[in-house]
Design a binder for this molecule. Structure first.
Ligand code: SAM
Length: 281
């Protein structure tokens, strides 16, 4: 059985003390201290010997060690300038680890990872979860799986179905590109320091083709954004910011067989696609 040694409260405290580090709130640093959770991420990512993995925010190397022990070749991007020196120690002896110090949102992931398929594994910094996920999905990188720790509330938004309060633009984007599944609920005491929110591990298998076919992807996402931009408004009003006439909105909704009195939060991906295709014409 995989036994990642860094995933332990005493070890983590010792490493932080030895390097005179204090977990940074600003950088969303909540280090994993549960070996069971590390194992769950590694298992959900179905890591096999030689798999290429991009890890976002390796911290002191807790999840990284689990991935490396399972045989992955890990490329990690970490923003905190103090952590490369720590990782050089904590992951000393692991050959298949490389580190880039920088901001994942400013990193050319395509240049870093190349054209071969790769997986993404992370315990994401919560202050930028959504921009990171959208960047990974929208760049059409050769990613096969994204397995990550997120706030439980975000995991519920990612997997939400139409009709509920959790269903929004993030649900549509994630479900358009992937098949998301919550694999584990994680309590605050699995981290040091403990975050104020519950967390969950979510696995997103990237679809070979998007969930729905659309004529114009950019337009599809503009329609989604407009529909959820003013959630409480009916579609006939919420779609006005798209800059199209009332007649056109009614025509597109009519062709899509969607009642103009409905709200965006009730629409399936298929209905969003039909409306966007109506505008594309
Ligand atoms: N992977 C480690 C673990 O599980 O214990 C640390 C996870 S901690 C929740 C998030 C990590 O992301 C921190 O190490 C933090 O410094 C790093 N981070 C924050 N913002 C980042 C960014 N924009 N780009 C890359 N890494 C970032």
């Amino acid at each position: 059985m995989l036994t990642p040694q860094i995933a332990d409260k005493g070890v983590t405290k010792h490493i932080l003390r030895a390097f005179d580090l204090h977990a940074s709130r600003r950088l969303g640093q909540n280090f994993l201290i549960s070996p069971a959770v590390v194992r769950a991420v590694v298992e959900a990512a179905e890591i096999k010997e030689g798999d290429h993995v991009l890890e976002i925010g390796p911290g002191i190397g807790t999840l990284t060690q689990g991935l490396l022990e399972a045989g992955a070749e890990v490329t990690a991007v970490e923003l905190d300038k103090k952590l490369p020196a720590v990782l050089a120690e904590t992951l000393h002896g692991y050959e298949h680890f490389s580190l880039v110090q920088g901001d994942i949102l400013k990193t050319d992931i395509s240049a870093l990872m190349g054209t071969e398929p790769f997986k993404v594994a992370a315990n994401l910094p919560y202050y930028i979860t959504t921009p990171i996920l959208l960047a990974l999905l929208e760049q059409k990188l050769p990613i096969t799986q994204i397995v990550t720790m997120v706030q439980k509330e975000v995991a519920e938004r990612m997997t939400a179905s139409p009709g509920g309060k959790n269903y929004g633009a993030l649900s549509v984007a994630v479900q358009y590109y992937t098949e998301p599944e919550i694999v584990l609920d994680v309590s605050p005491n699995c981290f040091l320091p403990a975050p104020e929110v519950d967390s969950a591990v979510i696995a997103c298998a990237i679809r070979k083709t998007p969930a729905v076919t659309v004529k114009d992807e950019k337009l599809f996402f503009r329609v989604v954004k407009a529909a959820f931009g003013q959630r409480r408004k009916t579609l006939s009003n919420a779609l006005k910011p798209l800059g199209v006439s009332k007649d056109m909105i009614e025509k597109a909704l009519g062709e899509a067989k969607v009642d103009p009195g409905r709200r965006g939060e009730t629409l399936s991906l298929k209905e969003f696609a039909s409306i966007a295709d109506g505008f594309a014409e």
